[in-house]
Design a protein around this ligand. Sequence first.
Ligand code: NDP
Length: 449
Amino acid sequence: MNQYLNKALEEIEKKNAGEPEFLQAVREVFCTVEKLVDKNPQFEKLALLERVAEPERIVTFRVPWVNDEGQVIVNRGYRVQFNSVIGPYKGGLRFHPSVNQSIIKFLGFEQIFKNALTGLPIGGAKGGSDFDPKGKSDNEIMRFCQSFMTELYRHIGADVDVPAGDIGVGGREIGYLFGQYKRIKNAYEGGVLTGKGISYGGSLARTEATGYGLTFFMREMLKANGHDLSGKTVTISGSGNVAIYAAEKITSYGAKVVAMSDSNGCIYDKNGIDLNAVKQIKEVKRGRIKEYLDIHPDAEYTERTSEDSPIWSIKTDIALPCATQNEVTLNSAKKLVENGVLAVGEGANMPCCQEATDYFLENKVFLAPAKAANAGGVATSAIEMSQNSMRFYYTFEEVEAKLDRIMTNIFKACKENADKYGCPGNYVAGANLAAFQKIADGMIAQGIV
Ligand code: NDP
């Protein structure tokens, strides 16, 4: 490995020991941009790698709130403002009990490169809390969101840092967060959050954007390799925002989704998943995926009993991991390859562990990397910001057409860079190289800050 890269990585590993997800994300990027580092010896003097891997700012804070029984609960809030070279910090908020600094830093780091790939002026950030929204009443969710925003508001702004949703944060939570921000600031700053409701400044097609965008990327990747979506069997992990809308769009191209999941287990329906039933269970009732069998008793349900999700043992042409990080283990990757998988599209952030990624690439599986393939959500958030600035709105079709163009261009950039640096078909490397070049150019131009 390049000597400077090796030295920088060692130093970063030492400094961030105890943050495995963050280090995994850094290693993946650094190990794929070696040729770019070789070509640019000035990076070392400028400590470019060290600076890219050091957040500009991290804020952690106490979030006290009162549950329905009158008990005070204390959670921890985070905001990692990672890199503002290309635009105001931008990235979602995650509410999940597993949230810690390592996870928020890995997500923030990934977000820098993802946002650069969109071609839009947005920097990288991420935030969230170890709060668990599962089983909480609407009032508890509201009180938590209000307490969270009562601290977060001082760190964000339409030209400073613009949060959005992620796991556990959807339209309901963004509404409560925005209401509290507006109340504290006594100003209607619509562009401070994205993913807002359509009646108060949200963008049409934002809800659908990540899943739709993933499908557009997959369509382009297959096309470039002489395949298409029509008639393909698809399995999708998760049954949240990304999973549901990936299922909706990919079905419209003639593919058949046969399995979906949640953290408890997965459903298999050989006739094709009834997406309206899934939406009813997940978006309206906020229930569990196994309730699908109440509506379709012929479908099968398999409980998850180990770290290998049962969904990856199902034979499929296309696998779309859309739940969480490291959900595709090496074992799962081997199962998928053994069953003849053609392509894998990462809807979640870093859903394949490094060994799984390497295994897919070695076995010539077309792999759509998260930074590129799930960038449609943040790209549409940037379109929401521009509509808020213009005090205007685009139709659903206009936003979808822009999203399609952005995803097509992202695929093109991944392919061109993979070809240019001598790793054709490796879109993981292609995405990292394209994004890194852009970030490095901006950081060099803006001096030592
Ligand atoms: P949601 O909260 O809407 O859905 C998450 C889904 O993943 C649920 O089905 C959930 O199951 C499952 N899940 C969550 N954590 C785990 C876990 N530890 N193990 C197994 N399953 C789990 O989130 P999103 O759909 O918004 O996000 C999914 C992924 O996509 C995340 O990685 C996120 O970072 C990424 N992403 C999201 C974007 C967006 O616009 N929303 C944009 C880009 C990336 P359960 O209900 O049982 O918890």
